[in-house]
Ligand binder design. Structure first.
Ligand code: C2E
Ligand code: MG
Ligand code: MG
Ligand code: MG
Length: 292
């Protein structure tokens, strides 16, 4: 009867919860160890302009655990956010990014590139965040305008005035801010003008069906118009086909990122690839091998 069904539903729910708790605990323990042992790394994905020229890279965390195998950021970043590991993890990301930018300064192939890193809300709101970032910039003597922080609308759930103030302080040092996954969050448009942003990234969910879904096309047009009228650069992410790139270009988009241009790949591959394409007419985005 009803009571029995209810009982089953509760047991089922509990066992699913149990599986989820176990999964999170395993990820947390393994991630703590990975941080200690230095077994995390980045892959870089190019960001290109309308002529196909690579102007920047986005650093994306990659983690291979001996027992869990390859773990995707979408699986471990949320865990790191809830258990607090995002703070040391995020500090490691900034340190590595600054070291990478420093190593690029003397390399004519890499020295013009910007490097974008992703910053989680909890990491940003940590009281040490600004001081730590400043320390990393100084220690590595890098040009702060080459460092771009990709933040999301989730940042604005907490004290907006304090958030804007923190962003302003970093922006004054030269650091750029890009609003990632734009259109998927719930920030009011009023906040947009208060944030010291340089770029909006159109979320890949709107790019995916751009050619077949009139609603997605309308949303992309709206984001382009909004961004451009606020004097922001607008970059489309998740561009997978030439037709998507072409349509985006027709719509006035001038900055792109996605598998059509390149998969995320280890830094040394990029040095080789940039060396090969430099000076030739080839589009520097010929599809390299998958990273997974
Ligand atoms: P994101 O910052 O929006 O990064 C874009 C994601 O889309 C990346 O997934 C990238 O590999 C993937 N991608 C790029 N081009 C395409 C494409 O053409 N098609 C499709 N389907 N996907 C594409 P990834 O590397 O798995 O990262 C997922 C998310 O994890 C990132 O989303 C970001 O929010 C987070 N993340 C990655 N690295 C870090 C990090 O160092 N710190 C923090 N806090 N978050 C990170
Ligand atoms: Mg990003
Ligand atoms: Mg994104
Ligand atoms: Mg994302």
């Amino acid at each position: 009867g009803a009571a029995k069904n209810e009982g089953n539903a509760v047991r089922f729910f509990n066992s699913e919860m149990q599986v989820e708790v176990t999964r999170r605990t395993r990820i947390e323990t393994a991630l703590r160890k990975a941080l200690r042992q230095g077994s995390l790394n980045f892959h870089l994905q190019s960001q290109v302009d309308e002529s196909g020229r690579i102007f920047g890279m986005e650093a994306l965390l990659r983690w291979h655990d001996p027992e869990l195998g390859q773990v995707a950021p979408s699986d471990f970043i949320p865990v790191a956010e809830t258990c607090g590991l995002i703070v040391p993890l995020g500090e490691w990301v900034i340190e590595r990014a600054c070291e990478m930018l420093a190593s690029w300064q003397s390399d004519p192939l890499m020295s013009t590139l910007t490097l974008a890193i992703n910053i989680s809300p909890r990491q940003f709101h940590n009281e040490r965040f600004v001081d730590h970032a400043v320390k990393c910039l100084e220690k590595n003597q890098i040009d702060a305008t080459k460092l771009e922080l990709e933040v999301t609308e989730g940042l604005l759930i907490e004290n907006v005035a304090a958030t804007v103030d923190k962003m302003d302080r970093l922006r004054q040092l030269g650091i750029r801010f890009s609003l990632d996954d734009f259109g998927t969050g719930y920030a009011s448009l009023g906040y947009l003008k208060r944030l010291p942003l340089t770029q909006l990234k159109i979320d890949q969910s709107f790019v995916r069906d751009l050619l077949v879904d009139a609603n997605d096309e309308a949303i992309v047009r709206t984001i382009l118009a909004l961004g451009h009228s606020l004097n922001l650069r607008v970059l489309a992410e998740g561009v997978e086909t030439d037709l998507q790139a072409e349509r985006l270009r027709e719509m006035g988009c001038r900055f792109f990122q996605g598998y059509f241009f390149s998969r995320p790949q280890p830094e040394p591959n990029w040095r080789e690839q940039l060396l090969l394409t430099q000076g030739s007419d080839d589009k520097p985005g010929v599809r390299p091998a998958d990273d997974h």
